[in-house]
Design a protein around this ligand. Structure first.
Ligand code: FES
Length: 100
């Protein structure tokens, strides 16, 4: 069963084309802003646990800083074929909620 948890204030979201790390419910979450929309993945890279929020964003994907694997920010689909866990976000008033 999933639940909505407050992640941050809207004005704390990263700038366009940037990523930032947040914590919620004991997890670390990578939030990136792409085309004006915030997108979230689990911050722990499914390869060997690299911190995705410290990576760069290229062509709609976040590039892990450890071994440069790429993960689609909208779906978590990765290259090679490991998937990062995506988390839906919801904007409610000044708050950003994450569905975990
Ligand atoms: S830990 Fe992320 S690509 Fe290896």
């Amino acid at each position: 069963m999933s639940e909505l948890i407050r992640l941050c204030r809207r004005d704390e979201l990263p700038a366009e084309g940037q990523a930032k790390e947040f914590s919620a419910a004991g997890r670390t979450i990578c939030v990136a802003t792409l085309g004006g929309k915030p997108l979230a993945l689990d911050n722990v890279c499914p390869h060997r646990g690299g911190p995705l929020a410290e990576g760069t964003i290229e062509r709609g994907k976040i590039v892990c800083p450890w071994h440069q694997w790429e993960f689609d920010l909208a779906t978590g689909a990765g290259t090679p074929n490991l998937k990062a866990v995506p988390y839906p976000l919801k904007l409610v008033g000044d708050d950003v909620l994450v569905e975990i």
